[in-house]
Design a protein around this ligand. Structure first.
Ligand SMILES: [Cu+2]
Length: 131
């Protein structure tokens, strides 16, 4: 129990979103980037053997992004290293994490859960730049 509080406190203190599991429906299997307002985006990411869609995501500096993640087949990982994001992509389930991109750069998304022969090629990228 105290571990849970420690995790929640750490997340709150560092302003890191705790990944959440949300109810699944088929619309989460349509990969897309949706702009909600000037600084807020939703990314619907779908992992499959052996790629992520969308494979390239372009965002302006200062964006806050809700990532909704699911898998089309086996379990995959979804790691944005520079952002400390570490989620699992699971068929029939949706995981969510919110990330703010304050600095320009290329942020690699890597699969960190072994998922078959081409696992090591499984990546995507987020390009954050000034508009
Ligand atoms: Cu993999």
């Amino acid at each position: 129990m105290s571990f849970l509080f420690a995790v929640l406190y750490a997340a709150y203190d560092r302003k890191i979103d705790v990944p959440a599991c949300i109810p699944f429906n088929a619309t989460f299997k349509e990969p897309r980037v949706k702009q909600v307002d000037n600084t807020t985006y939703e990314v619907y990411a779908v992992a499959r053997m052996w790629s992520f869609e969308p494979a390239q995501i372009e965002l302006p500096v200062g964006s806050t992004v809700d990532f909704y993640l699911t898998s089309n087949d086996v379990v995959h990982g979804f790691n944005i290293a520079k952002k400390g994001v570490n989620m699992m992509a699971i068929y029939g389930a949706v995981n969510k994490s919110t990330v703010k991109f304050d600095k320009p750069g290329v942020y690699k998304i890597l699969c960190h859960e072994y998922c078959g022969v081409a696992h090591q090629n499984m990546q995507a990228e987020i390009i954050v730049n000034y508009k």
